[in-house]
Design a protein around this ligand. Structure first.
Ligand code: SF4
Length: 304
């Protein structure tokens, strides 16, 4: 079956099922092309909760489908590839987090949204890469536990005088980008700003002209007067960057910036999920309610 036939079948099934198709910015190009909405994980869940659709097809990884289920419990959330996980989210378990909390009694836990629903439920507040600084600055406590991304945690620690207890997690995809590679690229392309995600290693972040979330990257590259950019995040972001800026050039900082989990979902998987209405991701109420509390606290912080 051709990609065009598959896309037409998906569109017809979406209509039949009253479903909305969400694709994360790191998904395969053809999956982003057929999606109703593309974006970062939390923005997609918030959008999904607002639509009238009864079914959400989440093309992303497991914790993202869980976030959609937390925010829109009345909807059926399909994750076309149940095996699409996030190694960083898997680096923290509820038991291990409880153990760390017991070492620092009374210290609040700030958890990056790239985490399981159960870990969110153990947390005081969530954050995204876009609002992490604001979330931490909004807190009155002088110390925080930050999980699971040590790279994002050490980046935001620069903007506050709070004491951070960092969980030793990281994104293996972003961690693969080495500072030597970035230095060489910057020398070879002095006109191209290096824009990177805070999940990158701190030695890479130090070299950045601009550090931001994926959504921030779309804004920055659109508004910047530069014509060429070195991009330090997962390769899937290039599809929309190129589409929105046809006159600009984007250089992926390393061919290693490919997340295998984000590339699992194919058009065939999306079609099958809609045909059979599975696999379903549903967060049980005893986890959903405390996890939603941590997300709601974050969402209550005013955006710019
Ligand atoms: S890019 Fe990194 S953080 Fe995102 S899903 Fe892949 S491993 Fe997880």
């Amino acid at each position: 079956m051709t990609q065009e036939t598959l896309k037409a079948d998906i569109k017809a099934l979406l209509k039949e099922r009253n479903a909305v198709l969400l694709a994360h910015n790191y998904m395969r190009d053809e999956v982003q092309e057929v999606a109703d909405i593309t974006g970062d994980s939390l923005a997609l869940s918030i959008e999904a909760a607002k639509t009238d659709a009864e079914v959400i097809v989440f093309c992303g990884v497991h914790f993202m489908a869980e976030s959609a289920s937390i925010l829109a419990p009345e909807k059926t959330v399909l994750l076309p590839r149940l095996d699409a996980g996030c190694p960083m989210a898997d680096m923290v378990s509820v038991e291990a987090l409880r153990e760390m909390k017991s070492q620092f009694p009374g210290v609040p836990v700030v958890t990056y949204v790239n985490s399981s629903a159960a870990v969110k439920a153990e947390s005081d507040i969530c954050c995204t890469s876009a609002n992490a600084v604001k979330v931490v600055q909004s807190m009155s406590e002088k110390e925080i536990i930050f999980a699971p991304d040590r790279n994002l945690g050490s980046y935001i620690a620069r903007f506050t005088d709070k004491k951070f207890h960092l969980w030793e997690g990281y994104c293996p995809t972003h961690e693969r980008l080495r500072p030597e590679v970035v230095k060489e690229l910057k020398q070879a392309n002095p006109d191209a700003p290096f824009v990177c995600h805070p999940e990158c290693n701190p030695k890479v972040v130090e070299l950045a002209d601009h550090v931001c979330s994926t959504t921030g990257m779309y804004d920055y590259c659109k508004k910047s007067g530069a014509k060429r950019f070195i991009i330090g995040t997962e390769a899937g972001i290039l599809w929309r960057l190129k589409r929105e800026n046809p006159d600009k050039e984007f250089i992926l900082a390393s061919p290693a910036l490919i997340c295998p989990n984000m590339k699992l979902t194919s058009l065939e998987d999306v079609c099958e999920a809609l045909q059979h209405m599975k696999p379903v991701v549903k967060v049980p109420e005893d986890i959903r309610i405390p996890a939603k509390r941590a997300l709601d606290r974050m969402l209550a912080i005013p955006r710019d």
